[in-house]
Write a protein that binds this ligand. Structure first.
Ligand SMILES: NC(=O)c1ccc[n+]([C@@H]2O[C@H](COP(=O)([O-])OP(=O)(O)OC[C@H]3O[C@@H](n4cnc5c(N)ncnc54)[C@H](OP(=O)(O)O)[C@@H]3O)[C@@H](O)[C@H]2O)c1
Length: 372
């Protein structure tokens, strides 16, 4: 008898906040792999704010998830059976396989990873889409130069923590904007940011004036809204404003709040440019190598939050709420029902520690690319 494939599907299109009733839990027979395919069991599912945007029926860089379809998500699966020459049972693979327990793939868009080098979940965080987003947004779109001042909003999130740490490696002054004293302390005390601004504590314009005396050369925007508008007032000459996301606007039931201070772009001869990380897919391998090297050298600290819980209730397959405040990249460790199951999805040996560099030797040379 074939295994049961538990899936989370979109039941209705949310307006504003996503509600539990917008999801449908389904259980269908798992598919067998055909010729040239492999089958895999899901171990970790990425929980990204970008997933909220995939639920709206409006033009975007990807078509919206259809009603009744399995929710789109990046995930790490363990290969359980294979008729594909490139994959064997026991391999770990990252790809956009959706929120479901069993997958069948012909390998397109999938990338093998080596879980002995870093926890598989890291390929959904620092070495996955958030890490790639920070790397290409900052270095390509932001055209960062040594000695510049970088300000990043959503600084304690999956992307923001990486943006700030990469900018420090590149010799910049880094100011992070985050909500609450604990997150601000994390940025300065643990992640090496030069300063942190608590946007909930008061006058953000004044705080930006104090922390960026020479103006902002690169503003990396994850949140949009009022914070973007405040940052625009501080642009230095020839500044670059990187539009990565607008998390403060995703659950709006009213039109997106646009910046009113955009004429600073004119006065400062600055530019504002959006980007989609998927456009850089051909260069993920190079970026992953470099980031893995920084992690191995202890220059980047990996912050991950692994959610556990029964598949029927928790978590909702979308971390779209601003209530989700734990600073880190988030993923869901799919509950394992096998009696011999290891909780982290690793074969043999002790589970690597989380929250620090995975290893110091060989990571640069041996790490394989991860795709978001
Ligand atoms: N362009 C691309 O290709 C691409 C790819 C991936 C992600 N993204 C975007 O990048 C952004 C960051 O993603 P992420 O994975 O780092 O998210 P994340 O881990 O959830 O972090 C985002 C941070 O935003 C803050 N935040 C939430 N609501 C806010 C509000 N109303 N005002 C100000 N800050 C708020 C939260 O921290 P506080 O508690 O500090 O408020 C949170 O830590 C998102 O907008 C996402 O859509 C873009």
């Amino acid at each position: 008898m074939s295994a049961i494939n538990r899936q989370i599907r979109l039941a209705s299109r949310p307006v504003g906040d996503v509600r539990p009733e917008d999801w449908e839990h389904a259980a269908v027979p798992a598919e067998e792999p055909g010729e040239g395919q492999f089958a895999g069991r899901t171990r970790f599912v990425s929980l990204d704010p970008a997933m909220r945007g995939w639920l709206d029926d409006r033009p975007s860089y990807l078509p919206p998830v259809g009603i009744g379809e399995v929710m789109r998500a990046g995930s790490v699966v363990e290969v359980t059976a294979s008729n594909h020459p490139g994959y064997s049972p026991g391999d770990f693979v990252v790809g956009t396989f959706g929120v479901q327990e069993h997958v069948v793939s012909d390998g397109r868009g999938a990338t093998k990873i080596d879980p002995s080098l870093a926890p598989p979940s890291t390929c959904l965080g620092a070495l996955g889409m958030p890490g790639m987003t920070a790397y290409f947004g900052l270095l390509d779109v932001g055209a960062l130069k040594e000695g510049e001042t970088v300000v990043v909003s959503g600084a304690a999130g999956a992307v923001g923590t990486m943006v700030g740490q990469i900018a420090k490696i590149k010799g910049c002054r880094v100011v992070g904007i985050a909500g609450g004293p604990e997150k601000c302390a994390l940025l300065t005390d643990e992640l090496g940011f030069d300063a942190a601004i608590d946007y909930r504590a008061g006058d953000i314009r004044r705080a930006l004036r104090e922390q960026t005396p020479d103006g902002i050369d690169v503003y990396f925007d994850n949140v949009g809204g009022e914070i973007l508008d405040a940052a625009l007032t501080r642009l230095a000459m020839h500044a670059r404003v990187v539009i990565c996301g607008a998390i403060s606007q995703y659950n709006n039931e009213t039109p997106v709040q646009g910046p009113s201070n955009y004429l600073t772009l004119l006065v400062r001869r600055a530019r504002m440019e959006g980007f989609v990380v998927f456009d850089y897919a051909k260069r993920y391998a190079q970026a992953a190598q470099e980031i893995a090297g920084w992690i191995g050298e202890g220059r980047i600290k990996v912050k991950e939050h692994v959610v556990k819980g029964p598949w029927t209730t928790s978590p909702r397959p979308c971390r779209c709420s601003s209530a989700a405040r734990t600073p880190a990249s988030w993923c869901w460790n799919w509950p394992d029902r096998r009696p011999d199951a290891r909780p982290r999805g690793l074969r043999g040996g002790p589970a690597p520690s989380r929250g620090g560099p995975p290893r110091r030797d060989g990571a640069r040379a041996r790490l394989r690319p991860c795709r978001g």
